[in-house]
Design a binder for this molecule. Sequence first.
Ligand SMILES: Nc1ncnc2c1ncn2[C@@H]1O[C@H](COP(=O)(O)OP(=O)(O)OP(=O)(O)O)[C@@H](O)[C@H]1O
Ligand SMILES: [Mg+2]
Length: 392
Amino acid sequence: MVGKAILIVDDNPASRNFLASHLRGKQFKVLEAPTGKEGLIVAWRDAPDLILFDPTLHDISDQEFIQKLRNDPRTAATPLVALSTDPSPARRDVCLHLGVNEYLVKSSRAIPMLEESLTRLFDLETSTPTISKPVTEPQRNGLLMVFLSAKGGTGTSSLCANLAMNIQQKQPEARVVVADLVLPIGSVGQIVGEKGNINLVTVSDLPSDQTNADYFHKNLPQPNLWLFQLLPGSPDPEQANSLKGERIGQIVDTLCSAYDFVLLDLGRSLSRIGLPLIQKADLIILIVSTDQSTIQLTKTIWDYLQAQGVDSQKIYAILNRAVGLEGLTKSQAEEIIGLPIKTTLPYMGSNFALANNLNQPITIKYATDTASIIFKSTAEDMVSLARRLRAR
Ligand SMILES: Nc1ncnc2c1ncn2[C@@H]1O[C@H](COP(=O)(O)OP(=O)(O)OP(=O)(O)O)[C@@H](O)[C@H]1O
Ligand SMILES: [Mg+2]
């Protein structure tokens, strides 16, 4: 614990000075910021090991402060401890919900409680095995998001590509990759207009020491207009037959170490290959449509996943009205499946297919359409949920 850098963000100078001198006395390296905005700058510039802050900052709301830290890859995983002037449970709940690790109230017991928190958080960190980091590229621990559906044609591939685009648009500095694992033929390449020679089958044919982070960064295509890199799927059933399935797990692990966000299109193949990926995903995006049979099949899939130990909090169900307004309502669907639906995407008529045929992202082709706004907010919501679940 000794020598760890702690950033104190508190606009009360007396409180800040007291905490700083106490922590320096405990051999911590202390950084200080007198306002929330300066706190953000120091946090991103100096990468402290922990941020201790009073959420009652005057220049920025607690909510915005925490979200800015959690939504930036440089501080997404930094332990956050609130040492607050405000004892109200409402503020405490909001802070913890947004990803603060511990919420303490300023009182005579605050210092011993803070010390316990620091021990807990730093011990937790050192007890996790660390992998030696390459000198040139930081070792990432990307958030893994898998997309699946119970039935074909529900929009899984289109949503995977468009949500990846929105995640990348929101965070231009992050590295985002989409991998199409749908067998026997992938379709993300077709949606984004990628026609190159690299695909899942060719990559799985290469020796594992060759397909390292650097290989993916340098060789995966970045389709025109789409900001992420893509590992396209199998181009035809014949090549799919020669796929070395046992390599998929390693490939996904490498992608997670090389990218900040790894989005996998699993389609409706709940296979031997897909299940372990679902089990280790940070977020499972389940695409459902409103027709009876898809809803019933989705329930079967969810029952199965539950039996395999999948945590319901990781399921992010999206109702995609890919076929118009007929069918069940959102609440009927929720009741049958037994899961909350987090977002509903409206029926876009032929516009959706047109954007796909032109290989354009919805947010570019129909920037002001309701669907674009929903894509944007859904992408943000998914990222913040995945981060909160990771920080648990
Ligand atoms: N909200 C929507 N409004 C209108 N059309 C949509 C919508 N969502 C998807 N579609 C259309 O549905 C079709 C299927 O989409 P997509 O290929 O993404 O689905 P999928 O679940 O991946 O299918 P597959 O089982 O073939 O992999 C596409 O033609 C797409 O344009
Ligand atoms: Mg598909």
